[in-house]
Design a protein around this ligand. Sequence first.
Ligand code: MLT
Length: 407
Amino acid sequence: MIRINEHYRKLQSSYLFAEIKQRVDEYQKANPQTRVIKLGIGDVTRGLPGACIQAMHTAVDEMAEDETFRGYGPEQGYEFLRQAIADNDFQARGADIKPDEIFISDGAKCDTANFQELLSGESRVALPDPVYPVYLDTNVMAGRTGPEKDGRYQGITYLESTRENGYIPDLPPEAVDVIYLCFPNNPTGATISRTGLQKWVDYARDNKALILFDAAYECFIRDDSLPHSIFELPGAREVAVEFRSFSKTAGFTGTRCAYTVVPKDCRAWTADGDTVSLHDLWFRRQSTKFNGVSYPIQRAAEAVYSPEGQVQVRKLTDFYLTNAGMIRQAMTDLSFECVGGENSPYIWIYGGRSSREIFDMLLNQAGVVCTPGVGFGRCGENFIRISAFNSRENVEEALERIQKALA
Ligand code: MLT
């Protein structure tokens, strides 16, 4: 008799954004006359930068000729893209990351989901609350938790991000082995200082732990004092892996390209106490389970780093940051307490009542979709997240509708 992985039964019945989509679809069916404005999932709306499109076209043409055609690419991704990433995203910021420490992939979601596979089932996991649900769900699937009770899974150390601690969690009260961090944060939009992040690096070094650092939103940082990469901090190479994405940087949510940095000296241990290179294990995993991102897409991603690409990408992210500033201002004017929206495309709003109630109210009375904070964890109760990814016209209209609905 074929049996299922029982750990899947501990999961909530659907993934957060799938559940929201279903509720919005139901609403739309019942209210076909309403033009729903979606500020829920962080999905970009603007066209790809011209430099990326041009590079993609050229690469597609190359694929048409036998002389320039490419079949399977190198396991870690093409050298031209890894070199551009190492130079621009790391070496230029004083972070010593080499091209062969970079693994090109089709998404930070899959990489943050898959990386835990390399780690022992007994690893003690700490993750933020509220949290991007992928980190938690994949650890539940892997059997690292007990059942869920009152919004918490047994066996997980929750790092609470609250109004009281300014949405920057304290170090875990007990020893843990794996720590998930995300800055600028999804969902709160909070950022971390160099000193704040250094504490986590030091903790990981002292406790032989590993930090899985999600930096998918680093392109929205405008405050020069903030770190863009954990590898800007001394000592991080041995204890951290970093996930990056072109999704929000350059509008690749539908195009798919991302990368993961696993430094060669990043280590973990065997049951016998021998040191193992996580770089080698990730290479082993990727070369067995993944066949790379297509050549035209990697060429498009490379174009992000061309002089014109850099200007276009900056314009793109500035556009969403202007939306974010407008949302934060409008919600603050309505007397809501807000965080994020400054070095982040997400605004985390304290609503003072059940987040599902606010979600329903905004949907039913304003035709605007947000994300209920509780979907990201217990500490998200009474909050909503509004995303800045939409056209200027839609953001303006959404804010007008919210103002009217709340008046
Ligand atoms: C979000 O809305 O949290 C993100 O779009 C999810 C993702 O990037 O997978």
